[in-house]
Design a protein around this ligand. Structure first.
Ligand code: BGC
Length: 975
């Protein structure tokens, strides 16, 4: 399988752009042939910082002598692998000069200007009026964070007070506002995905946006649509929306529209292929460089970039570039991905912000399209040595970075602010009220304004504004809809609230055994662990920057007790996960046993036990498998057949084989990550107040290897430059199992209900007037405002105040000496390929890509009928199968996953009720990415198959699979 064929032609690639980063420290003159100045000393600075990484390897416990010895060995090894191997042809991976075996990202310059979408014209006009009045340092102030903990939010930009442009507050995250008070803990991305409810997705986004605005947050750092779930054990999969690009895309688009309809800028993250936590950053994991995700062009388009295209189409104001490398070029300095795909092809109009410390270079990242660096520090937290800030000012003054690039950075940031209406002083009363009105760093009312600085200035920083409204209702609804009923033998669920019917003995109360710590409240409180990084007691979310403080957490046991009729039940509570005789005893005297089990994961900067972000396997944690089997063996020992109901709270797929077929395990629920309303949501499903309507947003396989040979996290790297080759290409999750004829335990899209549904009257209508392989020509952009490109006099950018700065680590844009802007005599090159401007992509033209890609091509209609005896909601899913024998522009046979989700709809139906469902497919849905023509191509020959069903495998039978003959011309399809 070849990877990055297109990328490998040029050994002088983005990879080399790492070199140019040090230009920022240099002082030099512009030169005619674009050979840019570069100061050697800066290389040493970078090396020093890398060495520091090694020397401070956290897990090395050693005495002084061994420490020194180790440091020496590491130093020699490092020098060997970096300096020496520069000239050696034997080194497998060399960060600077050799070509890694797979993957090289091609250069794409210059960075496209924002303002190319007609939907943003008014905002760019306003932005040009404001930014044209800004000095160079004022523009740069917008692009560079003030430093970690140098303001109330996790990210704070510099303001332009002279023009009343405020400091922008950037705050996590995808499921609520991190480090805040009086806000809601929303169900995670995975949970909302499991609900498959587009309206709820939008409403959740909208409520999240409203809370953010109420707290004075300008930019929410979410939603997450990467990782997508290539690796089922990936630590952060739960922040996003499931292992399918279409489901991710729909959820991303609706969430973003919701957030931005409240005037808050949403951030689509993490761009891109950030599929695991191990080695995502060099420092964190003790490697020289971060992991490189090596990925081919077609897979990138059809799987990983797909949901981002939808996010851009929704008008997202910010995109976050990720920590990892892609094809051996860091995401935040990868010109192909930022300039080429995101800004040109996908027509992204907002600004690209780095993940926190994901910026690894100054000039290279600027030229490659990065617009904002966060938190503003350099290569380390609070190091005060920003790669931009004053260095970007110098780079512009000495001609290294074109003024037009900095103009564009500022324009993109200011235009996003206008696009969301943040200049509306009623909605954003910056002048009248403290905004933001909270501090991320303390819960006290008064405290340090900038805890990262030494200035010691204090103020009232927490105003405790309550923005929760009645959002708990929506949280409960979403958490309930995100519960997937996987097994329900003999209709054991729903349970009766009045337990008597279950005792088979009218003379006594029902005895319910509740097993597993996950059912119970954490005695230390639900926020006991830092950023929720532990799997102890009731589990509401995964951990990391995507987690929030719980205002409260209704544990499962509380939810169940509240729901059951008082006095009708006796509870036997085994608040333990340890295999003791207590479990046997409780189980044997229970009529019904509820077992609570979990699988947790999170972001890689924190670990719980041996789980360093990514899960170590796909099994339940805290002895979950053993607990279920033990309870199942003993429940209602009088006859040995007490029904067992298993409730999992899980961050993704779990292997259930050791207990799923146990005769006593009668019902199983995957409850995902419900957050604050956990127990209430669960009770409403257990007792049938709500009919389950969740569907799996991933496949549950029978064994981990069923997901394919490349589906495991790279836990160990043989090299100091970890490489991960995406050789499975598009075949992730159900696409892999289908292609390899592997029977899943529970298929993607699967979930049961307390009622039954049927589909009828399946119709397919062709909507495209003409069958053409390629989309229409890329439309011409509107007028793009351009600002003055003169380099201002260096003196205008000097530190303007009499006193010293607040703190040496606080990031300002000023230079301190005019000599800083003088060119040096040493010349270093720009990234190679810089001087060959790229043609705009024919796949581009507006937000999300060429508008013709979104032309409706096919309309599927069906009738869905509730054939059971309870009200409930059905999720109708549309899958397509591409024609066979398609050849691409290079004459190669094109392979396709057997079935791919392309649309869905959720319909609520009363018992006996029918409703018509319509699902529209666009030209993009019926196209593949042709690497040769660099465009989406719709096969003009052969038949497409369309299947509607209630999961990826449970179609409506052979009769229901509609074939669309795609003969020559439109007249022949549908027949
Ligand atoms: C995470 C981002 C997050 C940022 C700020 C990083 O560690 O990867 O998702 O937005 O921190 O907290």
């Amino acid at each position: 399988m070849s990877i990055s064929r297109r990328d490998s032609h040029d050994s002088s690639t983005e990879h080399d752009s790492v070199k140019a980063d040090k230009c920022l420290l240099g002082d030099g003159s512009p030169s005619l042939n674009n050979q840019k100045p570069y100061l050697k000393a800066s290389r040493w600075r970078n090396y020093a910082s890398r060495l520091q990484t090694f020397i401070s390897l956290p897990r090395l416990a050693c005495n002084r002598a061994t420490c020194l010895l180790l440091a020496g060995v590491v130093l020699l090894f490092y020098l060997f692998t970096s300096e020496h191997s520069r000239t050696s042809s034997h080194s497998p991976y060399n960060p600077f000069s050799l070509t890694p075996p797979y993957g090289q990202s091609e250069p794409w310059y210059p960075s496209p200007l924002g303002g190319s979408s007609p939907q943003w014209t008014a905002s760019y006009e306003k932005a040009s009026k404001l930014v044209s009045q800004m000095s160079l340092v004022e523009k740069i102030n917008l692009t560079t964070g003030t430093g970690w903990m140098m303001g109330p939010c996790v990210g704070n930009t510099g303001p332009v007070p002279r023009l009343r442009f405020p400091q922008l507050c950037l705050q996590d995250g995808p499921l609520g506002l991190r480090f805040t008070d009086n806000t809601t803990a929303w169900p995670a991305g995975l949970t909302i995905a499991a609900g498959w409810n587009k309206t709820a997705m939008y409403e959740r986004g909208r409520a999240l946006g409203k809370e953010a605005r109420g707290k004075g947050v300008n930019v929410i750092l979410g939603p997450s649509m990467g990782p997508i779930g290539r690796l089922p054990a990936g630590g952060r999969n739960w922040e996003g929306f499931g292992a399918d690009p279409v489901l991710q895309g729909v959820a991303a688009e609706t969430t973003i529209r919701g957030i931005q309809d409240e005037g808050v800028i949403a951030t689509a993250k993490h761009w891109i292929a950030n599929e695991q936590e191990h080695f995502r950053q060099s420092r964190e994991w003790g490697t020289i460089e971060a992991l490189s995700s090596n990925i081919d062009d077609r897979t990138l388009h059809e799987i990983y970039a797909w949901p981002f295209a939808d996010a851009v189409r929704a008008g997202v104001g910010a995109v976050m570039c990720s920590y990892n490398q892609i094809n051996n070029s860091y995401a935040c300095q990868n010109s192909k991905l930022m300039n080429g795909i995101l800004k040109d092809e996908l027509g992204f109009q907002g600004f690209i912000v780095s993940d926190w410390l994901a910026q690894r270079s100054g000039v290279a990242s600027a030229l490659a399209g990065l617009d904002m660096t966060m938190p503003g520090d350099g290569l380390g937290w609070q190091d005060g040595r920003s790669l931009w800030g004053p260095d970007l000012t110098k780079a512009v003054l000495n001609g290294t970075v074109p003024t037009e690039r900095v103009n564009d950075m500022a324009m993109r940031i200011v235009a996003s602010y206008y696009q969301m209406g943040q200049d509306d002083r009623d909605a954003w009363p910056h002048d009248k009220e403290p905004m933001p009105n909270f501090s991320s760093w303390t819960k006290n009312e008064t405290g340090l304004i900038r805890p990262g600085a030494k200035d010691g200035q204090t103020a009232k920083i927490n105003h405790f504004v309550n923005v929760q409204g009645d959002h708990y209702k929506l949280v409960r609804q979403i958490a309930t809809e995100g519960i997937v009923l996987l097994k329900n033998e003999a209709g054991h669920l729903p349970l009766d609230k009045d337990g008597h019917v279950m005792t088979q003995n009218p003379n006594r109360k029902i005895r319910i055994g509740v097993f597993g710590t996950a059912a119970f409240d954490n005695p230390k409180g639900p926020n006991a662990c830092q950023d929720r990084a532990c799997n102890e007691f009731a589990m509401g979310s995964g951990w990391g920057s995507g987690a929030v403080e719980f205002p409260y957490l209704v544990s499962p046991i509380r939810g169940i007790k509240e729901a059951m009729k008082e006095g009708s039940v006796e509870f036997n509570e085994a608040n333990t996960d340890t295999m003791t005789s207590e479990i046997d005893e409780m189980a044997s005297k229970s009529d019904l046993c509820l077992v609570f089990v979990t699988a947790d994961a999170g972001e890689g900067y924190l670990a719980w036990k041996k789980v360093k972000g990514d899960r170590n396997d796909l099994h339940l944690q805290n002895n979950g498998d053993d607990l279920i089997q033990r309870v199942a063996g003993k429940c209602r020992n009088s006859d040995g057949g007490g029904p067992v109901i298993v409730v999992m709270h899980n961050v993704g797929p779990v292997i259930v084989e050791s207990w799923i077929d146990h005769p006593n395990v009668k019902a199983v629920l995957a409850a995902h990550l419900p957050d604050q309303e956990s127990g209430h949501a669960l009770a409403s499903i257990l007792f049938g107040d709500v009919n389950p309507s969740g569907r799996l947003p991933y496949t549950i396989a029978r064994q981990a290897s069923d997901y394919g040979p490349t589906s495991s996290v790279l836990y160990f790297s043989k090299t100091l430059l970890p490489q991960q080759d995406f050789t499975e290409r598009m075949y992730i999750d159900y696409r892999y199992l289908d292609a390899n004829d592997i029977l899943p335990r529970f298929d993607f899209g699967f979930g049961m209900s307390y009622t039954t549904f049927a589909l009828a009257n399946f119709e397919v209508h062709a909507l495209l007037p003409e069958r053409t392989a390629l989309p229409a020509e890329r439309p011409q952009p509107p007028h793009i405002p351009r600002l003055n490109r003169h380099i201002p006099p260096a003196a205008d950018n000097l530190w303007p105040y009499n006193g010293p700065p607040i703190d040496e680590h606080y990031i300002y844009p000023y230079i301190y000496d005019i000599k800083d802007s003088v060119p040096s005599s040493t010349i270093y090159p720009y990234p190679s390929g810089y001087t060959v401007p790229k043609e705009p992509s024919q796949a581009g033209g507006d937000q999300g890509g060429n508008p013709d890609l979104f032309t409706p091509a096919v309309l599927i209609k069906t009738l869905v009928i509730n054939t059971g005896d309870r009200d409930g909601a059905a999720v109708v899913q549309a899958y397509i199968t591409f024609p066979t024998n398609v050849t691409d522009s290079q004459g190669n046979l094109v392979d396709f996953p057997p079935r791919q989700l392309r649309g869905f709809d959720k319909v609520f139906l009363e018992k006996g009720q029918k409703a018509s469902v319509e699902i529209e497919l666009t030209r993009r849905d019926l196209s593949y990415w042709d690497v040769g023509v660099q465009n989406w191509v719709l096969p003009v020959k052969g038949d497409f198959k369309l299947a509607l069903g209630f999961s990826s495998r449970f179609g409506i039978g052979d009769d229901g699979i509609k074939i669309i003959p795609l003969g020559e011309g439109v007249g022949t399809w549908p027949p």
